[in-house]
Design a protein around this ligand. Sequence first.
Ligand SMILES: NC(=O)c1ccc[n+]([C@@H]2O[C@H](COP(=O)([O-])OP(=O)(O)OC[C@H]3O[C@@H](n4cnc5c(N)ncnc54)[C@H](O)[C@@H]3O)[C@@H](O)[C@H]2O)c1
Length: 367
Amino acid sequence: MTSDIISSKELKKIDPVFGQTSFDDHEQIVFCNDKDTGLKAIIGIHNTVLGPALGGTRMWSYNNEWEALNDVLRLSRGMTFKSAITGLNLGGGKAVIIGDAKTQKTPELMKRFGEFVHSLSGRYITAEDVGMETEDMDIVREVTPYVTGISQNKGGAGNPSPITAYGVFMGMKAAAKFRYGSDVLEEKNVFVQGIGNVGEALVEHLVNEGANVTISDISQERLEEVRSKYGATIYGGNDIYGEAMDIYAPCALGATVNDDTIYKLQADIIAGAANNQLADEDKHGKILQERGIVYAPDFLINAGGIINVYAELENYDRQEIMRKTENIFNTTLEILDNAKVNELTSHSAALNIARERIATRKRENSK
Ligand SMILES: NC(=O)c1ccc[n+]([C@@H]2O[C@H](COP(=O)([O-])OP(=O)(O)OC[C@H]3O[C@@H](n4cnc5c(N)ncnc54)[C@H](O)[C@@H]3O)[C@@H](O)[C@H]2O)c1
């Protein structure tokens, strides 16, 4: 059958979903629309071999639907590998809501979104991501049990961001140990890009350790707040990628290590919270390796948040959460050593281990 508007030949050329470069054998992609509340969301379920697909919901003013789709495909895939390498029995999923969280997020919209999540009967479990707060997850909880990251007084583990920041701090220390022979960050010049929920908590750890911390954010208000709380220096230049620094910590959005920035970067180490920091994992991972920049794989060191929300499902206590998050130090060091010995990029070394765990479980499941 041919569409009246676009010929089948042209439709094929576009390959709108399965043909996207960021499509990676995702199991299911759900487009959600509700005219009354203005909800437009996409839920991406990448892989459920290890368990239900768990991953946060991001609300963002994407420039177009392609950007939103690309984001949810990349993010949900990342969650699969994050849970796999952290040893959790979870698959990978993520959701994006198209819109401005500051002006378009309403309780009705969140409730409607929760109903869509519920319709998937637990194949996807949501949590918060950029543009979402614990209170939003509490609203989702009113219509579905398939949500984590709800308030502590409602039985949840609360905001996962401080735990994520602690894990990133552990991963950064491991990268420092690998690069400098010591995990002490005192006097190191660390640049934190994005001082939201995770970035701010990371700044606190770094300042407590005696690092020299420079911060950047698109919100002047946040910059002033974090400076006055922790004494960090606000970045005053106009191209952070060309600045001299020891450690670059991307804690805003992904793909900041890309064709435009990678040859300018002066850092010894990249270790931050943002998901999908490498615009092209293979290409940019290789260039970092060639340039001798130690890259602590994002999906490995920002797993504290998923550990925290997993605790809600498994009833872990606080001690167990902290122990698992602290272990990010050991795993990061092992991966960096493994990459060096096998002449792989650190990203590939981490991916290989995650993929192996999924493949083993798939074999076991099919017996
Ligand atoms: N919250 C978690 O537990 C968690 C877990 C894993 C990964 N992450 C990832 O970490 C990153 C930060 O998460 P968060 O929860 O802190 O989000 P957030 O929304 O609280 O903070 C993001 C911050 O980045 C700033 N920002 C946006 N664009 C920027 C730019 N171009 N330059 C500088 N700053 C910019 C925003 O103003 C905001 O202050 C995201 O990529 C998220 O996916 C978060």
